[in-house]
Design a binder for this molecule. Structure first.
Ligand SMILES: [Zn+2]
Length: 480
């Protein structure tokens, strides 16, 4: 046995060394990459030789189902080559998002951004693009739009068409999450047009993730027939990715069925999602929410309440982690009220509001650390403003909780949330043009959507420095 194992180790070593020579031959590139990937577990990214092999896989290898996720994970931690560390981290995160590991991806992307920030490299751009994708999926669309905007700027500077397409796709995702599905679809089409004719594994990966984005957009735009056709096409492909991807897709399908009133089909999909989900998965919150919506459609009130409680339990379990999916609980507030359980609805509102509060703290911290993320692109500004009314309407209940939380601060001992900077009259200033809010330290942050309905926090409208500059540039010279 030992001898055999030794002999096969030698074989592997010999094969790897042969590949190291062969990789200089562009004609054999596809074959070389495939062989490296097959032997991924034998590659040690902590050594310079191993690190070079990883760099080659990162440059030419697959980014989808067949990508060596574990090798990228090790390289992101152990490679002696900083560039390989960053690129492996971004690739790992990108694949993890597709597989449904959002919190893991987010943590690693922030880490990468802290390292690469201001470098103007493809790693910095890649980290921004993927971070924007994570934020969109976590219903943190405003941050997502800003981070994607930053990625657009970086790709322009790099003259990177592929990166530009990826960044536009990420910003389109954010728009869809904001409820601007039609604008999102237009941006997606533009991004796919940029991708046409680019022969690169990263472009292939984008075409695939782009279709998942398109699916969400089609549902958002009520274009169900097209969404249905696309979902049939995508199911096998997405479900081969991983357990997490299956949970996401089935949950999504179930919601589409509920929208169309096909409750039986929704139940079947939720069942499949449940079979693949694990209790402490982030998507568990969403699955419980979907179950409650199904029972709501059947007017089975006790079951609505039961699933509502389960959703709360899942959310409380996730509290220690990032668990941004908590915000999904906001969708339960009206139906739990209707089911005659105002106390359970109240708890949902509290948890959802608490998550929003954490988001404010996170945006504030991010703005302090990386002010480049506070710049709203002109083309995004109007869309942000449009979203505000609908957002306030939809989130009224949980925003009322937010007001209470803002008054008392967060958990005792934790940093109190005092990001809003009131003027002398105690009124919070909101820019009437871009809806950003004046915060302590003079920054204008994109928190407009999160402001509680007026009257609960006193708001006065102003104009931020950037909008003032834009406005003055738009005026003819003699008026300025
Ligand atoms: Zn402004």
């Amino acid at each position: 046995m030992m001898l055999n194992a030794k002999a096969s180790d030698d074989d592997v070593l010999a094969t790897l060394e042969r590949l190291d020579v062969q990789r200089d031959d562009p004609a054999k590139r596809v074959e070389t990459v495939a062989e490296y990937v097959r032997l991924a577990e034998f590659i040690d990214p902590a050594t310079p030789t191993g690190s070079e092999r990883v760099a080659f896989i990162l440059a030419f290898g697959p980014r989808t189902v067949d990508a060596p996720l574990d090798l990228f994970d090790r390289a992101a931690r152990l490679s002696p080559e900083p560039d390989v560390v960053d690129r492996a981290a971004v690739a790992w995160a990108s694949i993890s998002i597709a597989r449904g590991n959002l919190s893991g991806a987010e943590a690693r992307l922030w880490e990468t951004l802290r390292r690469t920030r201001g470098s103007g490299t493809t790693s910095e751009r890649g980290a921004c693009v993927n971070l924007a994708r994570v934020l969109s999926r976590q219903a943190r669309a405003q941050e997502a739009l800003l981070v994607a905007g930053r990625a657009c700027v970086l790709s322009e500077e790099l003259g990177d068409t592929l990166g530009r397409a990826a960044a536009e796709l990420a910003s389109a995702d954010a728009l869809v999450e904001m409820g601007e599905a039609t604008a999102g679809l237009a941006r997606m089409d533009a991004a796919q047009a940029r991708l046409a004719g680019i022969d690169h594994p990263a472009a292939d990966a984008l075409r695939i993730t782009g279709r998942q984005s398109r699916l969400r957009a089609l549902r958002g735009a009520d274009r169900y027939d097209e969404a249905h056709a696309l979902i049939v096409e995508l199911t096998a492909e997405v479900e081969s990715l991983s357990r997490g991807a299956t949970v996401w897709l089935r949950g999504f399908r179930a919601q589409m069925h509920i929208d169309r009133g096909d409750i039986e089909a929704a139940e079947r999909d939720v069942q499949v999602a449940l079979e693949h989900a694990q209790e402490d998965d982030e998507p568990m919150i969403e699955i419980r929410v979907i179950q409650a919506r199904i029972r709501h459609a059947q007017q089975d009130w006790p079951a609505v309440i039961r699933h509502g409680r389960r959703a709360i339990k899942a959310a409380e379990r996730l509290r220690a982690r990032l668990g941004y999916a908590r915000f999904r609980l906001a969708a339960l507030i009206p139906i739990l009220r209707e089911a005659g359980a105002p106390d359970v609805a109240q708890r949902c509102a509290e948890l959802a509001a608490e998550e929003r509060l954490q988001q404010i703290v996170a945006i504030d911290r991010c703005a302090r650390e990386m002010p480049e993320f506070c710049v709203v692109r002109r083309e995004d500004r109007e869309l942000l403003v449009q979203t505000r009314t609908r957002f306030l309407e939809e989130q009224r209940e949980c925003l009322a909780q937010l007001t209470t939380l803002l008054e008392v601060g967060t958990d005792p001992g934790n940093d109190r949330v005092d990001v809003f900077a009131p003027n002398d009259d105690g009124m919070v200033r909101v820019c009437a043009w871009c809806t950003r809010v004046a915060t302590v330290g003079g920054r204008w942050l994109p928190l407009g959507h999160l402001m509680p309905p007026s009257g609960e926090i006193r708001v006065t409208h102003g104009m931020c420095a950037e909008c003032r500059q834009d406005a003055s540039q738009a005026l003819p010279d003699d008026v300025r």
